[in-house]
Design a protein around this ligand. Structure first.
Ligand code: PMV
Length: 347
């Protein structure tokens, strides 16, 4: 090929799972299907510079974070390149400069692996398209999601918006273990502008890496039942999203969050990833919901931070509730306002 050098820049958002991915087989194949809202504001922006090399014997890349050298990312990117090399034969022919920044504060406890791996995958696909211009858009996005999955499983749900399914499921047309697919059933209006306010309870390093977390599902006493439950919950959530059944949505979403944490509490070794303030917030949300009938609920990642989910038309009341009652449970009163978004964007 003849392309000597150039660069691309993509932004890719984070996503928040409603039915959780927890447990995997070899090659980043999920043990159960998951579904997420793509976010809008929490993003990684990655610029990929590429320059043709003389020899093509090994990967070579420079890593920058916010314009400064960042060697601590190297092992992760190295592993990613090793996994995707067979799918991107041009990888060894170029020297890359990967310059990354996040729109959310670093060490906020917000994982950047989903948005980061998605943004990198988009850039690599842009280069592949430059070399093979005849590819379709469908191929471009599907392969980008496929590559992102090899970096971090949940990253395959960050390529597109606004609701994405990853993992084979009988009721989701076109669903695959290999890449995320947009949820194509008509989502009811009540979910269209859904809000996600993220309360930063614990901004520290993750206590349990997701790699270790997924491994804990091997030989887990409840694994098989949990994987079956994820299929059931995805069916029920599909119905709730199309019918606009917010009550069912709340039940499934909160139960999924607590089940994720229950899996960690019942593995060997066992972990408690919630903090006392996580429970304070959950109880305050339940009390507020009972008193006001406002359909607000929570979900959790594999950490102590709380995602508060609610329809756009109650956001004034919910934000007032959060500011008046919940900021004392957050580290330095910090929270992030986000909402459903549309996926990765070429800059
Ligand atoms: O993509 P990973 O391997 O970091 O796993 C993410 C797992 C959860 O965030 C806890 C759940 C999910 O489906 O996103």
């Amino acid at each position: 090929n003849t392309v000597a050098n150039g660069n691309f820049e993509w932004s890719a958002p984070s996503n928040i799972a409603l039915v959780k991915y927890w447990g995997k087989k070899a090659n980043q194949i999920p043990a159960n299907p998951s579904i997420s809202f793509t976010l809008n504001n929490c993003k990684t922006i990655t610029k990929l510079g590429f320059e043709k090399k003389q020899s093509s014997d090994a990967f070579s890349f420079d890593l920058l974070f916010e314009g400064q050298p960042k060697e601590s990312f190297r092992p992760k990117i190295e592993k990613f390149f090793e996994r995707v090399a067979v799918y991107l034969p041009f990888l060894n022919n170029y020297h890359f400069t990967i310059d990354t920044q996040n729109t959310f504060p670093h060490s906020s406890g917000i994982a950047s692996s989903a948005s980061g791996m998605a943004a990198l995958a988009m850039n690599l696909m842009s280069l592949e398209r430059l070399l093979n211009p005849e590819m379709t858009d469908d191929y471009f996005y599907q392969k980008a999601s496929f590559l992102a999955r090899l970096g971090s499983g949940s990253a395959c749900r960050s390529v597109k918006g606004s609701v994405v399914v990853w993992g084979e499921h009988a009721e989701i047309e076109g669903s695959s273990d290999l890449f995320g697919v947009p949820f194509t059933a008509e989502v009811h209006d009540v979910f269209k502008d859904y809000q996600d306010t993220i309360l930063l309870v614990d901004k520290g390093e993750k206590q349990v890496s997701s790699t270790l977390g997924h491994d804990l599902m091997h030989n887990h006493p409840y694994a098989e039942r949990r994987f079956a439950q994820a299929h059931e919950n995805l069916s029920a959530l599909k119905a709730a999203l199309t019918l606009g059944d917010v009550e069912a949505f709340i039940k499934i979403t909160e139960s999924e969050a607590l089940t994720l944490h229950a899996m960690m509490m019942t593995s060997q070794p066992y972990f408690i990833l919630m903090k006392p303030n996580t429970l304070e917030i959950i109880n305050a949300i339940w009390k507020f919901r009972a008193e006001t009938a406002i359909p607000v609920c929570f979900t959790l990642d594999a950490g102590a931070n709380v995602h508060i989910l609610y329809p756009e038309n109650v956001s004034v009341k919910v934000l007032a509730f959060i500011k008046d009652n919940l900021l004392g449970y957050c580290q330095n009163s910090q929270y992030l306002c986000d909402k459903i978004g549309a996926g990765a964007v070429l800059i």
